[in-house]
Design a protein. Structure first.
Ligand code: UT7
Length: 323
């Protein structure tokens, strides 16, 4: 018998305000047709004035706990993936902990930009299999609308706000590839590519800054690195692409999602796609897609899922889990 980290609940939150592509046509030299054809995005949600990452994360966490039939006091740890924490410190995770009324356990943020949720799942898995925690809330939450340069058409039309969460619980398992739970992970980064995607503010500048991206360069790295990390994680689990029921990719661009599936020789029928409705929500995109995919009836108990993501750093990785 070995210990596995099993998803026992999932949930998400999207802010009320939905902004269609056409909303950018007045202020920028862009069109709905360009945004759709180059990215697959049709609309995105933006947080309300004063609505923060920790607010959205709290909603998603409550939904995941309700789905699992658990109480906040049952949780040992909160791992929150975000690059848009409310404040420089303390962590948004500790704010969620307080919002949930938790008076025990520990909470911290993980910052790996769009790969954040994959990093958070790998770290939560390590906490569980090493016996340091039995129940971990893993959240991805972002308000990228707060770091957009609204005059830069090459970035501001691509991103959105939202949050998703899963509850991971320790369960004794046979130790085979048929087990439920996280079966393998693969994490990578290469700081030599830090200029391809970054925010030009922070403690060093005493400003919040704006997102800057060389989109076509990131695009080139994405398909290759995503297929490779997914295949590495699958091989580590003793599995191959044929075993996959659902790829649940980071939702940045439909052409990256299609290119990765093609490289893995998997049909788009086995890919959960939400980019048209959410835009790129960075670390929130995978848990949002897991929750929406479950609600749509796509993801079912026993399904083999591969999540993969790449973003600023560059940082990238994959998680293989059985739902
Ligand atoms: O989540 C983190 C990781 N991020 C990503 O995965 C994003 C990766 N990159 C992408 O998704 C794509 O590169 C973009 C959607 C950002 C851009 O698509 P592209 O096919 O790579 O276009 P491009 O950057 O090569 O630009 C093509 C043209 C340029 O014009 P010229 O130089 O050919 O005259 C841009 O100025 O499209 C122009 N352009 C726009 N035109 C209308 C850029 N943004 C816009 C816009 N509307 N919003």
């Amino acid at each position: 018998m070995i210990c596995r980290a099993v998803v026992t609940g999932v949930g998400h939150y999207l802010p009320e305000r939905i902004v269609p592509n056409s909303a950018f046509e007045d202020s920028l030299e862009t069109t709905d047709a360009w945004i759709r054809s180059r990215s697959g995005i049709e609309r995105r949600h933006f947080a309300a004035e004063g609505e923060t990452t920790s607010d959205m994360a709290t909603h998603a966490a409550r939904a995941a706990l309700a789905d699992a039939g658990r109480d906040p006091q049952d949780v040992d740890a909160i791992v929150l993936a975000t690059s848009t924490a409310d404040l420089t410190f303390p962590s948004a995770a500790t704010m969620v902990q307080a919002n949930l009324g938790m008076t025990r356990g520990f909470a911290f943020d993980i910052q790996a930009v769009c790969a954040g949720f994959v990093y958070a799942m790998a770290n939560a898995n390590a906490l569980i299999v090493s016996g340091q925690a039995r129940r971990v809330l893993v959240i991805g939450a972002e308000t990228f609308s707060k770091i957009m340069d609204w005059t830069d058409r090459s970035t501001c039309v691509l991103f959105g706000d939202g949050a998703g969460a899963v509850l991971l619980e320790a369960q004794d398992s046979a130790g085979t590839k048929d087990d439920r739970g996280i079966l393998a992970t693969d994490l990578n980064s290469d700081g030599n590519f830090r200029d391809l995607l970054y925010v030009d503010g922070g403690v060093a500048t005493r400003t919040t800054g704006y997102l800057r991206m060389q989109g076509n360069q990131v695009f080139r790295h994405a398909v290759e690195k995503l297929a490779e990390t997914a295949e590495t994680a699958l091989a580590r689990a003793g599995l191959g692409a044929d075993d996959v029921d659902w790829i649940v990719p980071h939702q940045a661009n439909i052409r990256i999602i299609q290119g990765t599936a093609r490289k893995m020789k998997l049909p788009m029928e086995r890919v959960v796609v939400t980019v048209q409705d959410h835009g790129n929500t960075s670390a929130a995109s995978i848990p949002l897609a897991l929750s929406v995919g479950r609600d749509r009836g796509q993801i079912r108990p026993g399904d083999l899922i591969v999540t993969e993501a790449i973003g600023g750093g560059l940082a990238w990785g994959a998680v293989v889990l059985r739902w």
